[in-house]
Design a protein around this ligand. Structure first.
Ligand SMILES: Nc1ncnc2c1ncn2[C@@H]1O[C@H](COP(=O)(O)OP(=O)(O)OP(=O)(O)O)[C@@H](O)[C@H]1O
Ligand SMILES: [Mg+2]
Length: 266
């Protein structure tokens, strides 16, 4: 194909590049293709590789699980933004070990992780930062509150059109389950609660899939509520992350003593 030089040139001086290019494009349009129908593709935007695609699927699955639990605002936390008291380095090492074990199709040495401490010490923030790090590093991670799991297994209780069976599978099969508020607000547990919770942990332990829990309760209290079998499965060889300190929410206190009720600080 030959493209002829532009016929009408500006009267004086050099031909501006844009003018020449415009003429070339006009020539092309008249001969074959209408180039105006094609938009330019920036050089750095290519077809995503399979691996990039998987990373995005994992990221979205992780964010969706936070959204389902109304915890999407915690997604902004990363291990780098935690305080030392929240053990960012040890959490990173634990997630890395879990990720390596998955690659080698082996069980990690410390299969489960347990972050425990007082109310408001920053446990959820820490385990969610660890889950986000896992999702960025090759693991399909999901966040779940214990009470939501039980609620979603009730008849017609599952969210987003899931069946009970799908809910069980979703959280039993993911590479890393971040199980928050373990036994939260529970004084005791009936047989059904023990069975569903136990089956979830059993399935995960049997298939070598790690669970990172956060709780305000001591192990003996969890043993009283859920039974020793559950505690043994969950706690066997687990990595412990003690996260204690002032309640970061800085709650005000009131009442108490003989003073008239009214807000007070400290
Ligand atoms: N490193 C941090 N720097 C600043 N604020 C933080 C940090 N970690 C957590 N927070 C904030 O402290 C508050 C309590 O954190 P978080 O919800 O993680 O506590 P928790 O231990 O899970 O509480 P609970 O026992 O009630 O579940 C949140 O508002 C959170 O944003
Ligand atoms: Mg919490």
């Amino acid at each position: 194909m030959t493209i002829t030089a532009p016929e009408c040139l500006p009267e004086r001086g050099l031909v501006p590049a844009s003018f020449a290019l415009g003429q070339v494009m006009l020539g092309l349009k008249n001969r074959t293709l209408d180039m105006s129908r094609f938009s330019p593709v920036p050089e750095d935007v290519g077809t995503p590789t399979l691996d990039e695609g998987h990373t995005e699927v994992r990221r979205q699955a992780w964010l969706n699980s936070l959204r389902l639990a109304d915890h999407a605002d915690y997604a902004r936390w990363t291990l780098d933004s935690l305080d030392e008291e929240q053990h960012p380095d040890r959490l990173r090492k634990w997630v890395t070990a879990v990720s390596l074990a998955k690659q080698k199709k082996a069980k990690p040495k410390a299969l489960n992780g347990i972050a425990y401490g007082n109310v408001g010490s920053g446990k959820s923030t820490a385990v969610i930062a660890a889950g986000g790090y896992a999702a960025e590093n090759g693991l399909m991670a999901r966040y779940l509150k214990h009470s939501h799991y039980l609620q979603w297994l009730r008849p017609n209780g599952a969210p987003a059109g899931y069946s009970e069976q799908q809910v069980r599978k979703l959280f039993a099969d993911c590479d890393l389950l971040v199980l928050d508020e373990l036994c939260g607000e529970m004084d005791n547990a009936n047989d059904w609660v023990r069975k569903e919770s136990g089956d979830l942990i059993d399935a995960r332990v049997a298939s070598g899939r790690p669970t990172l829990c956060a709780t305000n309760l001591t192990s003996s209290r969890i043993g009283q509520i859920m039974g020793s079998r559950f505690l043994s499965r969950l706690g066997g060889g687990a990595a412990l992350f003690e996260i204690v300190g002032d309640d970061r929410r800085g709650p005000v206190s009131w009442g108490g003593g003989s003073e008239a009720a009214g807000p007070s600080w400290g």
